[in-house]
Design a protein around this ligand. Structure first.
Ligand SMILES: [Ca+2]
Length: 417
């Protein structure tokens, strides 16, 4: 009878886990951090299989560009050939065209009164090429998205502090290297402005923090076919959309999620760190708050969400300081869809998560204090099972450096080495 009871209990637990796995809420887990924390100019974009991060800490910094291969969980330094120093500034915004190119609005500091730099990275030749300037001065309210509906790039260009406090909405046609001004949704946009094409003729937009005193979640959609905007129900964060506000639509890779837009509201209007995630149902026009991201975003503007290989990634992209926990460069991933890879790590994680303080002390070099910190950090979780991701999860524990994290991972997860 006891055996039967155990089997029945396990079945209930398994069914419970299965239900959790298919729920819509995002379960954020540690992924391998990129080499960089945030910077005044920053952005991330996903290609479906890889992520790219562009970054300049300051307007005087050499540009940095990194590529992450999601299948192997490895970061690589990518080429910046063709880019000037200080290329990426506040309002940097990236879009992937679905085949070869990353397009980049390069942004502008407050002091850059008329910066219009627009570049394209060719993933084949590994070179950046300067394209026709944007038709409006750029700023913190920049945003871009690629539309496969008409094979054009759509952009919000500007901020509440450039060009008389105005932004422009425009389309770029790569076939002719020309921009066309379109009707704009709002007179201006600012920190947290975002765009997302959603598979058909619509592009969704967050306005961002155009008024630094008044929280706003202004949200609208553009109909490419009729060239007109429609106001929608605002993103319901009482602290408004601010620095790091982001929108992403993943329906082209995950068709069962094509009715959902994912959003970060970013830092608050008071510039406090932001953790909130929201989803928008396109068919119902409604917003739902989702699980918080584990590490806060804010201070720097620029999109933080990207998709690759069945996962939504969130790059912290914040300053490297105590106020912005997790080092500013943390990367998290939430499994979308079946989550079939979740179980591949179960035995290794089970050993790590059930280990007692004295078991941790069995690892050479782990004393009383670090063993206690490890027990306090249980349970550990990872997006996909690899030595890299287990070590990244251990790295988040206070005092565990490079040498110890590998030693612990080898001790509890020898099968990964
Ligand atoms: Ca702000």
């Amino acid at each position: 009878m006891d055996g039967l009871f155990v089997v029945a209990s396990l079945l209930v637990i398994c069914l419970g886990l299965a239900a959790q796995g298919t729920s819509d809420s995002l379960a954020w887990q540690t992924a391998v951090s990129p080499p960089a924390s945030g910077g005044y100019g920053e952005g991330i974009v996903g290609t479906g299989s890889a992520l790219f991060i562009a970054r300049c800490l300051y307007a005087s910094s050499s540009p940095e560009f990194y590529r992450y291969e999601a299948s192997s969980e490895e970061w690589f330094v990518a080429s910046v050939a063709g880019l000037p120093d200080g290329a990426f500034r506040t309002g940097t915004a990236l879009a992937w065209d679905g085949s070869h190119y990353v397009y980049a609005l390069c942004g502008a500091r407050y002091g850059d009164t008329n910066r219009r730099d627009f570049f394209r990275f060719d993933a084949d030749s590994q070179e950046w090429l300067r394209l026709n300037d944007t038709p409006h001065a750029q700023g913190a309210g920049n945003a871009v998205t690629w539309s496969r509906y008409d094979h054009k790039l759509y952009a919000l260009i500007g901020s509440a502090k450039h060009s008389g406090g105005t932004s422009m909405f425009a389309a770029y046609d790569p076939a002719t290297d020309t921009w066309s001004e379109l009707q704009r949704p709002w007179i201006n946009t600012d920190d947290g402005a975002s765009l997302a094409w959603t598979g058909g003729k619509f592009i969704y937009a967050l306005r961002g923090e155009y008024n630094e005193m008044l929280p706003t979640g202004d949200f609208a959609r553009y109909d490419i076919a009729t060239e007109s905007w429609e106001d929608l129900s605002p993103l319901p964060d009482q602290e408004g959309v601010g620095d790091g506000g982001s929108l992403i639509w993943i329906g082209e890779w995950e068709p069962e999620r094509s009715d959902t837009l994912y959003a970060l509201s970013g830092g608050s209007v008071a510039e406090d760190p932001g953790y909130k995630v929201f989803t928008h149902s396109i068919s119902e026009g409604s917003w739902t708050q989702d699980s918080d991201i584990p590490c806060p975003v804010g201070f720097y503007v620029g999109n933080r969400l990207a998709y690759a290989e069945g996962r939504i990634y969130c790059w912290q992209g914040s300053p490297q300081s105590l106020r912005w926990e997790c080092s500013g460069r943390a990367l998290y991933a939430a499994e979308i869809g079946s989550g079939s890879s979740e179980d591949s790590c179960s035995e290794c994680l089970e050993r790590l998560n059930s280990a007692s303080k004295s078991q941790f002390e069995d690892v050479h070099g782990i004393g009383d204090v670090k063993a206690s910190a490890l027990v306090a950090a249980q349970p550990f979780s990872v997006a996909i099972c690899s030595a890299n991701s287990i070590e990244a999860a251990l790295d988040a524990v206070n005092g565990i450096g490079e040498t110890l994290r590998e030693r612990i991972a080898r001790y509890f997860c020898p099968e990964l080495y």
